[in-house]
Design a protein around this ligand. Structure first.
Ligand SMILES: Nc1ncnc2c1ncn2[C@@H]1O[C@H](COP(=O)(O)OP(=O)(O)OP(=O)(O)O)[C@@H](O)[C@H]1O
Length: 247
């Protein structure tokens, strides 16, 4: 476990989000440093997805500020969040099933050569390099997404996020649909992101996974931030009672 002392990539301060009469998030503050993995935990409806959507520009916060590497920013859209180096991997992946791995790596952001044509050579070589570095085990960059297993697809989705995220990757239940071996593989990929100095915020319902991967754990209950703990200094019992409010 590593706790970095460098400047945070992301600082959330007093974030609040209401949907009409429902307050989904209140007074939420958190900072994430480069190379740090922070887990966001809480029961159903605690506000975890809402928070991810605020950081990724899908929802505007009702109040509060978002600071990226010292600059206060407005995340008015998902493309704005991407421009700030933030990428999200959702449970449903948003991969194009009929397309190859390398096309998926660049979906909507394809490089073109001087003739204005798709620069497939760059796409393929960058894909191969990243897939190798992250040890995502797929047959080739030319494989079609629909022919891959769930774990391989999740590996591709994380590799894509890694290709584009310069600051932060948000992972929303990245292993929810996977078996044991595939989960372990995806966890290893997530762990390898630490050495790339990207911040990671991961939502997970598995406390085993949270304890395995995270440096800090942030607990939400019914929209309220209950506390943040260093993973090395807490235990499952404490986190469960923070999640449920029961001793
Ligand atoms: N678009 C929306 N409109 C109205 N209410 C919403 C909206 N999105 C979320 N909420 C409400 O905000 C609260 C937090 O929901 P959210 O989906 O963020 O929780 P969660 O912790 O991600 O839950 P789960 O683990 O079940 O996915 C809930 O009461 C939910 O009903």
């Amino acid at each position: 476990m590593q706790t970095s002392s460098s400047e945070p990539v992301l600082v959330l301060k007093d974030i609040r989000k209401s949907f009409g009469a429902v307050t989904a998030i209140e007074n939420f503050s958190l900072d994430i440093r480069p190379g740090e993995i922070v887990a966001l935990v809480g029961d159903n409806g605690a506000g975890k997805s809402t928070l991810i959507k605020i950081i990724s520009g899908v929802h505007a916060p009702t109040s509060g500020s978002i600071t990226i590497e010292g600059e206060t920013v407005s995340m008015a859209s998902a493309s704005m969040a991407r421009a700030h180096g933030i990428e999200v991997v959702y449970q449903d992946l948003a991969l194009a099933d009929q397309q190859t791995v390398y096309m998926n790596m660049f979906l909507g952001r394809e490089p073109v050569n001087r003739f204005g044509l798709l620069d497939r050579r760059t796409m393929i070589s960058e894909t191969e390099k990243l897939v190798k570095e992250l040890d995502v085990r797929i047959p080739s960059a030319h494989a079609t997404i629909r022919d891959l297993s769930g774990g391989q697809r999740q590996g591709v989705a994380i590799a894509r996020a890694t290709r584009w995220a310069s600051k932060l990757i948000l992972l929303d239940e990245p292993t929810a649909a996977l078996g044991v071996a595939e989960t372990a593989k995806v966890e290893a990929i997530v762990q390898s992101l630490k050495s790339r100095n990207i911040g990671v915020l991961i939502i997970s319902h598995s406390l085993d996974q949270v304890f395995k991967l995270s440096d800090r754990i942030c607990v939400l209950r019914r929209g309220k931030q209950i506390g943040i703990r260093n993973t090395a200094e807490t235990n499952k019992n404490e986190i469960v009672s923070m999640i449920t409010g029961l001793n």
